[in-house]
Design a protein around this ligand. Structure first.
Ligand code: HEM
Length: 412
């Protein structure tokens, strides 16, 4: 349905398959690095115009200061993706919802509703559960034996179970649901799978919310229904759940799998995560977040009015994309040798892996908690953990908004 609507509204999805090579660059990698064009654009063109087979104009921002400026400016841009589909018409059940695609004042209201679920106190209650999920999945990896897939046994199930527990979703449809999640960000096949997955996943969440309206569960959905009652619509609640699920699943899974690859590249890194103090573990996790920047570009920002931005004339409706991957490798922020993973790095400015401003990742502390628990336990459980294939033989995601690897055979 959504695909039809987009076509009806003048964006031909089959055109996605013909996106000029230059425009794919922000979503491509050379190993873990951004393509060299990103650094070139950062040095010479603070606003790089992307060639698109659609009628709208898009610019890519690759510098740390520029990206931060855009993410901070809540007045000049809209995140409401409906602009792409049907101008300013009202939202319908087919639309993509969630905090990331919503503007104030609705964004402010919805974010306030979910914020209490992400306080350190609430998250601390999840900690023993996450530790248990990790131990169980490490048992599963061990049982499958040396040579088995770390993504399947560990990297995907940990965030998946964490978010299911956080939301209070039942587990019945978990496999189908997980599958929908992975198609969602993938534009490799022209984007149709991604748009199909969005609507299927939303349908599932609508049904889950409807069930919880009848019998509010113990998790976040039930809590919001108890606190807010009819003050929050099913549409907004399913949208919130959708945003939290997709925001927290592939991102954290990508970080666990890619983080493992990076840490296995040098025995000193593996030793630091295995035997380091909690402060050492924090530093490793922060540097992995910067270095990997798994969310490659922030949510699209739509200019609300004509303006001059970093020397470039922008028209109302133009799309501005902030390359977080580019921003986090900017030497002005990361310091020297930005393309190296260095857990001892003292950056000049904080990384933007979780974004910045009003849309900054609401799950940042939860993600950090999962990584700080999962990575040390993994390396302690398997002291001789190693990759079965060298990194250059692994299949990394191509053209996915969330960078990752879907299969990671490991030996131990
Ligand atoms: C390492 C893992 C993660 C990374 C790298 C990440 C990254 C990001 C980024 C870059 C943004 C905002 C981009 C922008 O301003 O346009 C964002 C927003 C968001 N993230 Fe995360 N995220 C992660 C984990 C999570 C988790 C665990 C959850 C929830 C369980 C979550 C839920 C969200 C939500 C709901 C938003 C939208 C917030 C808003 O618009 O107000 N994320 N995330």
């Amino acid at each position: 349905m959504l695909v039809k609507r987009i076509q009806k509204n003048g964006i031909d999805l089959s055109a996605l398959a013909f996106i000029p090579e230059q425009t794919k660059i922000p979503l491509q990698r050379n190993g873990m690095d951004a393509l060299p064009e990103i650094a070139q654009w950062r040095a010479t063109e603070p606003m790089h115009k992307l060639e698109l087979p659609f009628t709208f104009t898009a610019f890519l921002v690759t510098g740390h200061d520029e990206a931060r400026t855009i993410l901070t400016d809540r007045d000049s841009y809209s995140n409401d993706i409906r602009h792409l589909f049907h101008g300013d018409g009202p939202a319908t059940a087919e639309d993509i919802g969630g905090l990331g695609f919503t503007d104030p004042p609705l964004h402010t209201r919805l974010r306030k509703i979910v914020t209490p679920e992400f306080t350190m106190r609430r998250l601390a209650r999840l900690e023993p559960m996450i530790t248990e999920f990790v131990e169980t999945q490490l048992d599963a990896l061990e049982a499958e034996g040396s040579g088995s897939d770390l993504c399947k046994a560990v990297a995907f199930p940990i965030p998946f179970q964490t978010i299911c527990a956080l939301l209070g979703l039942d587990y019945a449809d978990r496999d189908a649901f997980a599958k929908l999640g992975s198609d969602r960000f993938d534009a490799t096949n022209g984007g149709a799978a991604a748009f199909g997955a969005v609507s299927d996943q939303r349908k599932f969440l609508f049904e889950a919310v409807a069930r919880q309206r009848e019998v509010p569960g113990p998790g976040m959905l039930g809590q919001i229904i108890r606190d807010e009652g009819d003050a929050i619509s099913d549409f907004d609640l399913a949208g919130l759940a959708d945003g939290i699920f997709t925001g927290g699943y592939e991102t954290t899974a990508g970080m666990i799998a890619l983080g493992t690859i990076v840490l296995l590249q040098d025995p000193a890194y593996a030793d630091l995560i295995r035997n380091g103090t909690p402060e050492d573990v924090d530093r490793v996790v922060e540097e992995l977040l910067r270095y990997l920047s798994v969310v490659q570009v922030a949510f699209p920002r739509f200019a609300k009015q004509d303006m001059l931005l970093f020397g470039q004339q922008v028209k109302a409706g133009d799309v501005i994309l902030a390359s977080l991957n580019g921003a986090n490798r900017d030497p002005e922020a990361a310091g020297e040798r930005p393309d190296e993973f260095d857990p001892l790095r003292v950056p000049k400015s904080g990384h933007l892996a979780f974004g910045h401003g009003i849309h900054r990742c609401i799950g940042a502390e939860l993600a950090r908690m999962e990584l700080r628990i999962a990575l040390p336990l993994l390396f302690r459980r398997f002291p001789d953990l190693a990759l079965v294939k060298p990194p250059e033989d692994l299949t990394f995601r191509q053209l996915s908004f969330v960078f990752g690897v879907d299969e990671l055979p490991v030996s131990f």
